[in-house]
Each structure stands twice: as structure tokens, then as C-alpha cells.
Design a protein around this ligand. Structure first.
Ligand SMILES: *[C@@H]1O[C@H](CO)[C@@H](O)[C@H](O)[C@H]1NC(C)=O
Length: 263
């Protein structure tokens, strides 16, 4: 192009293109929106302390320490999507049963666990989480917000909603000197993660692989380097970078907070 046009026009075109690219960046800021409402059923597990909901299949460990509290649910495998649904948020309302609380619109829960199938039970009589059923096995405190717990199971309407989180992404480290396993928590927006990369202060970007639940791993020696993470949202496909989340003296067993999050 430069050989056909005087150099001033090239720089003009380039500047215009830059402005378009910049304005697009602003317009393209991805905000996750609620899904339509769907029918499903909900049960509950554990008691009113919700202690049975700790240490679930997403790997969030203690849900009080990590900010999820008791507003949580285990998803049937159809919804759980092999752990990629960990961290997603749902509004759930009891629908059309006498056990429903009439003055309650809905309650909001985060997916923190898997409700596994039980093929020794009929899918319509106890095997509520058997595929292809979409089912929410809620913490008892969450269930008790929408229905009388003695009902055991109620029909519900649910929809995916953006996750509202205070503060940035949280990265909880496990593994050893050759293997970094990172649990990602407090994810806002879609709440879920499709891909993740790690970068040490003396290395390039290393793609991490999905391990289980909300954890990602890199087989790399990253000790003594400050660590940054690049994360792509499963739902919105947006990618954000959390620079220097962990200092060079990072350690497994610790959780590091970023100052960025999805929307
Ligand atoms: C599956 O259902 C059977 C029959 O009700 C029950 O005995 C068993 O404990 C269940 N398994 C699990 C893992 O819950």
C-alpha cells in the first residue's frame, strides 16, 4: 500500500485504523447476560450446617473461607460438563408445587460440586442426577430459601446468570516443584474457565491443561519466578491477564489474589 500512496496518506490510514481498533476494544468489552428460564428439579444434600457441601468436586475446599458460603449446588453431570461448569451461577425458583414458598422470587447459587448418577436408582425415582436429567442438588440452607425442605424434591425454573463477585480472581496453588496445580476461584461474569496459561517472570506463556473441577495444571519448573496468568472465559470467550499474581517466593498451599476479574 505504501508504494501506491504518499507516506502522509499511509500514516493517516494507519491512524484511522488504530482509532477503529481502539474503539472496538471498548465496544467489545464482554458482559455475560442471563440465559432463558428452563425447567428442572431440585433436591438438597447435607444438613443445615452445609458441612457436607465442603470439599466438593470443583475443588473449592472450604466454601466459607473461599467466599461461596452456603448458596451452592451440586449439578447433575449433564449440567456439570466435566467440571467446566464449576463456578457458574444460577437463579433457581420453586415452580408449581405446594411446598414452594410463594413470596420468594428465586435464590442464587454457585455450582461447587457434582451430583453423580446412581444407575441403581430409576431416573424418575431417586436417580435424579442420572443423565440426561438437568438437576440441582442444593445445599440445605439454599433449598430452604425456596421451598419446605420436607418436600425432598421440587420442580424448579432456573436460568444461568452472571456471577457477582467482590474483588479479583483467586488462585490457590497445589503441586510440587515440577508440577503446578492451580484452583481458580471467585470468577465473576460467566464464572467458568475454558483455557488458562501461566508465565514465570523468566519464561514465556505455558498453556495449562484442565485437571479436575476448577483446577488447571502446568508441568513446569517455575519456582523463584513471579507468576502471571492468562485466562479465557468458557462462556464469554473473553481473555484477561492477571500480571504478577504470585511473587517469586510463592509456595504451594497458598492462595493469591489478582486485581482483575471478568464482567
Ligand atoms: C445408589 O442407590 C442405591 C439404592 O437406593 C443406594 O443403596 C446407594 O447407596 C446409592 N449409591 C450412592 C453412591 O449414593
Amino acid at each position: 500500500m505504501a508504494s501506491f500512496l504518499p507516506s502522509w496518506s499511509f500514516s493517516f490510514l494507519f491512524t484511522s485504523w488504530m482509532l477503529v481498533a481502539l474503539s472496538r476494544t471498548v465496544v467489545a468489552k464482554v458482559v455475560y447476560r442471563p440465559s432463558p428460564w428452563h425447567l428442572a428439579h431440585a433436591t438438597f444434600y447435607g444438613d443445615e450446617t452445609a458441612s457436607d457441601t465442603m470439599g466438593g468436586a470443583c475443588g473449592y475446599g472450604n466454601l466459607f473461607v473461599n467466599g461461596y458460603g452456603t448458596d451452592t449446588a451440586a449439578l447433575s453431570s449433564t449440567l456439570f460438563n466435566n467440571g467446566y461448569a464449576c463456578g457458574t451461577c444460577y437463579q433457581i425458583k420453586c415452580y408449581g408445587a405446594s411446598a414452594c414458598f410463594r413470596n420468594v422470587q428465586f435464590t442464587t447459587v454457585t455450582a461447587t460440586n457434582l451430583c453423580p448418577p446412581n444407575w441403581s436408582q430409576d431416573s424418575n425415582a431417586g436417580g435424579w442426577c442420572n443423565p440426561p436429567r438437568t438437576h440441582f442438588d442444593m445445599s440445605k440452607p439454599a433449598f430452604m430459601k425456596i421451598a419446605q425442605w420436607k418436600a425432598g424434591i421440587v420442580p424448579v425454573m432456573y436460568r444461568r446468570v452472571p456471577c457477582i463477585r467482590a474483588g479479583g480472581l483467586r488462585f490457590s496453588f497445589q503441586g510440587n516443584g515440577y508440577w503446578l496445580l492451580v484452583y481458580v476461584m471467585n470468577v465473576a461474569g460467566g464464572g467458568d474457565i475454558a483455557n488458562m496459561w501461566v508465565k514465570g517472570s523468566r519464561s514465556g506463556w505455558i498453556q495449562m491443561s484442565h485437571n479436575w473441577g476448577a483446577s488447571y495444571q502446568a508441568f513446569a519448573t517455575l519456582g523463584g519466578q513471579a507468576l502471571s496468568f492468562r485466562i479465557t472465559s468458557y462462556t464469554s470467550k473473553e481473555t484477561i491477564i492477571a500480571w504478577n499474581v504470585a511473587p517469586s517466593n510463592w509456595n504451594v498451599g497458598l492462595t493469591y489474589n489478582a486485581n482483575v476479574n471478568f464482567h
